[in-house]
Design a protein around this ligand. Structure first.
Ligand code: ZN
Length: 187
């Protein structure tokens, strides 16, 4: 770091050549005639080269901050997006399971009571052709007979755990509320 060769006059802001003058030494501005002290710091006479370095440094810093912020936003947003997607998949599995359960019940009503529940999708598609509407959903049938059934609903992504459905979990009809007691006849 050498001593400044140029400086700005503190009075008129004119750029002056101070090469050969010592820092701290008083000098008279050749433009406005006022006296000032030659600055000690090179920073007072920022060269174009230094200016460029500062600009590049600021740009790099702003870039780093922007990248860090984007990373932070991604780190916050992606996990919640993943959780949301998992919830949507789980809800989809539950919906399809309930639909198959309903179709099993409908089919049983249409058939002989002694007939077994459907043990594969083809038997259910005769009742509800829409069961293959979502290509990401797979039904895997377990043990099935005239008394009950079990099947699993799986999602193609595998992100959500497969859901198991059995005839025993089927929703039974709600018993009607008992009639309220009659009011005694007025005397
Ligand atoms: Zn001046």
């Amino acid at each position: 770091m050498g001593q400044p060769e140029r400086t700005a006059c503190p009075h008129c802001r004119g750029v002056l050549d101070v090469a050969g003058l010592r820092p701290g030494q008083p000098a008279r501005c050749g433009l406005c005639g006022q006296v000032f002290v030659v600055p000690r710091s090179i920073g007072a006479t920022v060269s174009r080269h230094t200016n460029w370095l500062i600009t590049a440094g600021v740009v790099a810093l702003v870039g780093l901050v922007a990248v860090a912020l984007l990373g932070l936003i991604a780190a916050l947003a992606i996990p919640s997006l993943v959780r949301y997607t998992d919830k949507v998949e789980a809800a989809s599995l539950a919906n399809w399971g309930e639909r198959v359960r309903m179709v099993q019940g409908l089919r049983k009503v249409e058939m002989d009571a002694a007939a077994p529940y459907a043990s594969n999708l083809d038997e259910l598609l005769e009742i509800d052709p829409g069961l293959t509407d979502d290509p990401e959903i797979t039904f895997v049938f377990g043990p099935t007979n005239a008394e009950g059934y079990t099947f699993t609903v799986e999602h193609a992504t595998g992100d959500s755990a497969p859901q198991v459905f059995t005839s025993e979990d089927a929703i039974s009809p709600v018993a009607p509320d008992p009639l309220p007691p009659e009011f005694p006849p007025a005397a």
